[in-house]
Design a binder for this molecule. Sequence first.
Ligand code: HEM
Length: 497
Amino acid sequence: SPVAKFRGPFLARVSRLYEAYHVLVKDDWYENLKSLHEKYGPVVRIGPDELHIADPEFCLDFRRRPDLRKCSNYYGLDSTVLGGLADPRNHLQRKSVIQPLFTGDTLARYSAAELNVHAGNLHEKLSEAASQHDQSGTNLTFILWALTNDIMTSYIFGERMGYLAAPDLAAVHDSTRAYNAIDLATVLRTMSPVKMLFDPLPVLRRLSVLGWIDKVQSEPLLLPLLCVKYGLTGSSSTQLISTRLAHTSNSNSTTQHEKGDEKSILAYLWRQLGGDSQLVTHEMAHAVFIGNESLLSNLTFLLHQMIENPRCVRVLRKELDSLDIDTYGHQVWRDPKVLQLPYLDALCRESTRLSSPGWHRQPRQSTEPVLYKDNITIPAMVSISFTPRMLEHDATLFEEPDSFIPERWLGNNRETQILRKNSVTWGTGTRTCLGQYLSRHVLKKALVCIVYGFDMSLFDAERDVEEGFRYLNTYPKKGKAGYMRVRVASRFATSEP
Ligand code: HEM
């Protein structure tokens, strides 16, 4: 093997089942990875053709290269959508079509109008919860999940689905959230016979426990509801999206998009991708799928940190007092200055830094051999991986790396510039997150809405500690999902502006 000279556990050298064992059976992938680096040093062979590197300097430098390929064994499940395209040229081409829909005017218009409506709905829901004094606490996970679904579907499909207004948020949550995503992705990438069997046999696949992947890929969370809404029950999702596309693209969809009609995002993309409705469906379903879960996870983490650090709540409230309360009243999130508040920005950066999940690594391949330190050469096309969480908790990059210290991001000086350059929260190189700016707006507005309007504490902190704060898990295993239950109280007697 071209990587034979690199050290690692025996099973990992011969089979991907090593990964499967640590993800599916022992559920200790990240902890094990750390112990492997302690034993074998900064470069460890974690698969027959994959090296994991825990050398921040090398990782940060290597990742900036624009010519790297995403490894098909890792991203193969999503090989047709932007996030999984292996070839950098194909990726660049697709990105040039999709990226404008997630930045610039499209995002600014959404943020200033639609996103404010969702923040208003969140406020309403929390006010309701505060007045009800629920004996079992307020399930914030359900509320945030409904919120992120409303946001993602309205952004991508231009539809207000009203998840947050649904009378039964538990039902919304349970019927739309997918569990075991990491396990199933692991099965398919570490057990190639399973993947080979399932690829050509979609029926078999649908009957299996893996069926949800097709469902999520081809029928994103909102589609059943869209079916009901448009009276299209029975249509296949692709037909449904096509119908929706035809509806929105009947005339001048590009012009509408340019005018800022968010409803035309789908139609615009459809036209740009040559009318390939299946590709558009997959691309958008994927964005909704990953957007929902990462927003939920990041919002939950941010609120968890705020509850754990009352000092941060005080400092943020002081900063919020500088906003135009006379104009916006309790709806402070509507003040455009919110997006520029330095402490709020620092809170969000620090929270996203600490919340990267341990299961997520980023493997890349170079078509040329790569020179690692001390004259060690890594052969071409070997998967070279790093785990963002490891870098984000590295003491050489971040002082007191495990502590929540938003202040480290404040100011524009040499230190903060270096911190920003070293940040890998949103990915690296040319493959950074498409949803990062949308996510930043969502995190900021939701946090402002909550911190300005409400006092919050954990409903049963003892149980949360006992459970190891399970509610912080992204893409949890079934049966291991946690719920963030809180006590909510309105800060103001009357909440009208
Ligand atoms: C706070 C929330 C989020 C975090 C921390 C996050 C993080 C990331 C990271 C680390 C990557 C790189 C993955 C890799 O290279 O393996 C990525 C890629 C991506 N993310 Fe996000 N993400 C978030 C929210 C979103 C949202 C809301 C969307 C959709 C609107 C989204 C869409 C994407 C897409 C499409 C890619 C692939 C980009 C490409 O390869 O060009 N993300 N994200």
